[in-house]
Ligand binder design. Structure first.
Ligand code: C2O
Length: 594
């Protein structure tokens, strides 16, 4: 081990890294490009010209009245169903009781409920974890750009992890089972009877996985005697990283997993949209639009991005954030195999996802998205990027550290990656400016008396097993800062499910997501706990969609829901439009007029 450490060069890539050369890492300057804002200014100007020439004052009222009423019926129907206010304060979720860990559950695709024991060994003593001081910040590298030396180290570390005794909590299978126990019903919420503990589909998503990777990475580093070892990230948000990283596909490597979808091996392009498009250029363009929407355009507050409040007593799935239900879910489903491995093993089901070494590099990039959102994205778009709720900050998890010591960690200690001693190699963010072009003409779908789009007689709740269209009233006519709320979404927790949401989409070309009418996505990976179903909701910010679709002068919009899975599994309880309760601060310095 010592010789390995001496022979191999330091882990960190040097030239393209954000790492500061001093011992104390500092945040790099936010790189919102001025051109980004100039583009907005130009587009606004252009849009105004179009809207002057195309709208007369009456057109907005020529909506088919019958459809309009159906839309309203849906809205009122939804309002009657229960909804939990976000502000109800309770207590943070306590660390699970390992000694009471029970079986985890998953369904085969034939619907057969299956039990599996994913519980860790229990050694008795739990220590409250203190973050060490890091003399140097580790830089997690892009998995597509690993040097042969780095790959050798990585492979050696995972190989050694696989060879640890089965009951060593640091062994590969025990590490994989952490995910299974925390995500498929191995634990109950302490003090809450048999209510399941579930770290997905809410605000614990990012913190839980950050701590999980933190210890996984330290264990790997310890196994090769290199505390500077940093876990590579799968850069699936950049076209250069939109295949399964080659490092993971050699069957002789410790990084290989036989249970992956054979159709999606390189050079198959990662498909974040699941549209069924076979045109790789279309798929890449869809991917960048999805990234832009979930990172920039679709969120009105921190919960829209992070996920909704999940405290003591909250049932599973309060509401996943945009990144979790978007790109994160898509990669799981892309790598997992629903055809040959019935439940989606390995990556396509939470109980088995951790058995694929690729899982940890996938989540390294998911974690990178969190750091980008926190520290890099233009802050005039989102009013508040921090959750200060003590129920969030004081949530606790248990992990085994690199010395096989059981430790208790809290969310508040993982909010800053630099304090945890790591950051990410800097790579381009091609999605940052990937705002779809304005699509003003489509606005006519809600204006023309004889519209070409057929609106169904929608009565909620609806089973979403086909495309559904609903007409909805805006809260007010004119420029509006509004959110689309899709609520009482009842999901079958044992299935992969996904639907996309479009506004005033005229052509319904379901293979294209890269258009201004795309508002966002709901999706989930099978994550069965005790309950067969969960009830959840999402919010999609519409402000930029309105702008790009020239909807400002309308009083009604057409919402289209496009399912990307087969058969039933999702029921929608209601859809409504609300005014944005937390509007973004006015852009401090408006872009120059010319
Ligand atoms: Cu815990 Cu990507 O899932």
């Amino acid at each position: 081990m010592a010789s390995l450490h001496q022979v191999l060069p330091a882990a960190a890539p040097s030239s393209s890294s954000l790492r500061s050369s001093s011992s104390t890492a500092t945040r790099p300057v936010v790189f919102a490009k001025p051109s980004h804002f100039l583009t907005h200014a130009k587009r606004n100007h252009h849009r105004r010209l179009i809207s002057c020439s195309s709208s007369s004052s009456n057109e907005g009222s020529k909506v088919d009245r019958r459809n309009m009423l159906l839309g309203l019926g849906g809205m009122y129907g939804a309002a009657n169903l229960l909804s939990t206010p976000d502000s109800a304060s309770a207590n943070p979720i306590q660390a699970p009781q390992i000694d009471k860990c029970g079986n985890s559950t998953y369904d085969t695709s034939a619907g057969v409920a299956t039990q599996i024991n994913c519980c860790p060994p229990f050694t008795g003593t739990i220590i409250d974890y203190k973050l060490p001081n890091f003399p140097k910040t580790k830089v997690r590298p892009s998995a597509h750009r690993l040097s042969p030396e780095y790959l050798f180290k990585f492979n050696t570390a995972v190989d050694r992890m696989r060879r640890l005794p089965k009951d060593d909590p640091r062994s590969f299978m025990q590490q994989a089972n952490i995910h299974c126990a925390y995500c498929n019903g191995g634990y109950d919420q302490p003090g809450q009877g048999t209510l399941d503990l579930q770290v997905h589909n809410g605000w614990l998503f990012f913190p839980f996985h950050r701590w999980y990777l933190y210890f996984y990475e330290r264990i790997l580093g310890k196994l090769i005697g290199d505390p500077t070892f940093a876990l590579p990230f799968w850069n699936w948000d950049n076209p250069k990283g939109m295949t399964i990283p080659p490092a993971f596909i050699d069957p002789k490597s410790a990084l290989y997993d036989a249970k992956r979808n054979p159709d999606n091996m390189p050079p198959a392009v990662v498909d974040l949209g699941f549209t069924g498009s076979t045109d790789p250029l279309q798929v890449v363009s869809n991917n960048l639009t999805i990234m832009y929407t979930e990172m920039v355009r679709g969120n009105s507050d921190v919960y829209d991005f992070m996920g909704k409040a999940y405290r003591e007593g909250t049932p599973v799935n309060p509401g996943p954030g945009s990144s979790e239900r978007g790109s994160h879910t898509a990669i799981h489903a892309f790598v997992g195999d629903y055809k040959n491995q019935p439940a989606g093993e390995d990556m396509g089901n939470f109980y088995s996802a951790g058995r694929d070494p690729l899982f940890y590099s996938h989540h390294s990039n998911v974690d990178r998205m969190w750091t980008l959102w926190q520290f890099f994205l233009p802050s005039n778009k989102i009013p508040d990027k921090k959750i200060t709720d003590p129920d969030f900050l004081n949530t606790a998890f248990l992990f085994y550290d690199e010395n096989a010591q059981l430790v208790r960690v809290t969310v508040k200690d993982c909010l800053d990656n630099l304090k945890m001693g790591f950051e990410y190699e800097r790579v381009d963010l091609p999605w940052l400016d990937y705002r779809p072009p304005a699509q003003a003409a489509s606005a006519k779908v809600t204006r023309a008396g004889k519209t070409t789009v057929k609106v169904e007689d929608t009565v909620f709740p609806i089973v979403l097993d086909k495309i559904v269209r609903v007409l909805l009233p805006k809260t007010k006519k004119g420029k509006a800062d509004e959110l689309l709320v899709i609520e009482n979404i009842v999901v079958d927790t044992s299935k992969f499910l996904k639907f996309d949401v479009f506004v005033n989409d005229e052509d319904d070309n379901v293979a294209e997501i890269d258009k201004a009418s795309y508002a966002g996505t709901y999706a989930q990976i099978p994550h069965k706990t005790k309950e067969k179903t969960a009830t959840t909701s999402i919010r999609l910010k519409l402000t930029d969609v309105y702008e790009d679709m020239d909807v400002t002068d309308d009083d009604t919009i057409l919402v289209t829901l496009v399912p990307r899975h087969e058969g039933p599994g999702v029921t929608i309880g209601g859809i409504k439009i609300i005014e944005n309760p937390t509007p973004a601060p006015a852009a401090a310095a408006a872009a120059p007029a010319s």
